[in-house]
Design a protein around this ligand. Structure first.
Ligand SMILES: [Zn+2]
Ligand SMILES: [Zn+2]
Length: 254
C-alpha cells in the first residue's frame, strides 16, 4: 500500500479541506466544510475523524475554517496555526490550540510539517510543506503572488497542491464589482492561471512530479481553462509531470 496519500476533500471559495495520510498518521489542512461532510468523505477514503491527529490552518477566512468549531467540540482534534488565525476561530477550547510562528516547524512522529508565509489579505496566512521519509509535499493556495518564501519552500517538493484561482479575462469581464476584482488580482489576493502555470513549470524543473491545481474560482475560472493554461506551459517547457484539477465538491487525489 502507498504509505503517503493526499486528497482534497473540497476546494474553492465554497470550502477547502485537504486530508493527508503518512503511514498510520493522518492530518487535515484547513477544514472549511462541515464536520459531517468531512466525516462522510473520510469514510469514502477508508478513514474517519477519530484518526485525524491534527488540523493545520492556513488562515482565518471562512472557506478554510468553517468546520473547525464542530471538529474541536466533538472530536477534540488539536489545531495548529498562527495565533491570530486560531484566535479568529470562535468557539474552540484554548486547550486544543497550538500556536505556530510562521515560518515554523512541527514534528509529529515521522512527519514534519513546516509553514511558510504567504501573501494574502488575512490576519496571518501560510502554506505548508510536509516532509515524510525523505520526500516533501507542498500545499499553497490563497496567494497574491509568488514570493521568495514560496519558491524556497516548494522547490523540490515531490507533489504540490497549487492555487490556480482565476482566468484574467474572465475576471476582467466578469460580474464582480470593481473593488472585489482589484482585491482578487492584487498582491494579497489570489493566483491566476498564467502565473500558476509559470510557477508549475518552475516546480517541474525543481523535481516536482505531481501538481493538483486548487482553489479555482467558480465565477472566474473553469477546470478546463486552468488545466489548459498550465499544461500548455509545461508542454512548452517539455516537462512531463502529472497534472490534475481539484474538484470543488468532490474528493480529488494529488
Ligand atoms: Zn480561500
Ligand atoms: Zn483566503
Amino acid at each position: 500500500m502507498n504509505t503517503v496519500s493526499i486528497y482534497t476533500l473540497a476546494s474553492g471559495s465554497s470550502g477547502n479541506c485537504t486530508w493527508a495520510r503518512f503511514g498510520s498518521f493522518e492530518i487535515l489542512i484547513d477544514a472549511g466544510i462541515s464536520r459531517r461532510e468531512i466525516g462522510r468523505k473520510l469514510s469514502l477514503l477508508g478513514s474517519d475523524l477519530s484518526r485525524i491527529s491534527a488540523i493545520f490552518v492556513t488562515h482565518e477566512h471562512s472557506d478554510h475554517i468553517k468546520g473547525i468549531p464542530m471538529l474541536a467540540k466533538y472530536d477534540k482534534i488539536p489545531i495548529y496555526g498562527a495565533r491570530l488565525s486560531l484566535h479568529a476561530i470562535k468557539g474552540v477550547d484554548d486547550s486544543l490550540l497550538h500556536f505556530m510562528h510562521h515560518p515554523d516547524t512541527v514534528t509529529l512522529g515521522d512527519l514534519t510539517v513546516s509553514s511558510f508565509v504567504t501573501p494574502h489579505d488575512a490576519l496571518a496566512s501560510c502554506g505548508y510543506v510536509m516532509a515524510y521519509r525523505g520526500e516533501r509535499y507542498g500545499y499553497a493556495t490563497d496567494l497574491g503572488r509568488p514570493t521568495d518564501h514560496l519558491v524556497d519552500a516548494l522547490a523540490g517538493c515531490k507533489a504540490v497542491i497549487l492555487e490556480a484561482n482565476y482566468d484574467s479575462a474572465m475576471l476582467k469581464y466578469g460580474s464582480y464589482p470593481y473593488p472585489l476584482k482589484q482585491r482578487i488580482r492584487g498582491p494579497l489576493g489570489h493566483l491566476d492561471n498564467e502565473v500558476a502555470a509559470k510557477f508549475a513549470a518552475f516546480l517541474g524543473k525543481s523535481g516536482t512530479e505531481r501538481i493538483l491545481l486548487a482553489h479555482l474560482s467558480e465565477e472566474n475560472n473553469t477546470p478546463e481553462k486552468a488545466f489548459c493554461a498550465v499544461s500548455e506551459v509545461l508542454q512548452k517547457e517539455e516537462l512531463s509531470l502529472s497534472l490534475a484539477v481539484a474538484a470543488r465538491h468532490e474528493i480529488s487525489k494529488l
